[in-house]
Design a protein around this ligand. Structure first.
Ligand code: FES
Length: 96
């Protein structure tokens, strides 16, 4: 469901939670991560339940990630870039 077309070369390197991936360019961070098998992008700060990107158009905010050190970025609205460093937000009760 979230796989790039087969004729698109995987040329952009991103890092997600310390693991590097070669992904297709011109797709969003959320789509790239789902294509790599990551369906859980964060946990609810209230209940701790897992959350996945839902609307993929900037409405639900269930796709918030830390991207290049900037917290609470809507990963469904941001295209992958070479060298991008992505982290899940801290879970409820976690401290840096
Ligand atoms: S998936 Fe809904 S805002 Fe990103």
């Amino acid at each position: 469901m979230f796989q790039p077309p087969p004729d698109v070369a995987k040329t952009v390197q991103i890092t997600f939670e310390g693991q590097t991936y070669q992904v297709a360019p011109r797709q969003t961070v959320a789509a790239a991560l789902m294509g790599e098998g990551y369906l859980t992008l964060r946990n609810s700060v209230v209940s701790g339940e897992t959350r996945a990107a839902f609307c993929m158009m900037g409405i639900c905010f269930d796709c918030l990630l830390e991207i290049d050190g900037r917290p609470n970025q809507q990963s469904c609205m941001i295209q992958v870039r070479e060298g991008m460093n992505i982290q899940r937000p801290l879970k409820k009760g976690e401290r840096t």
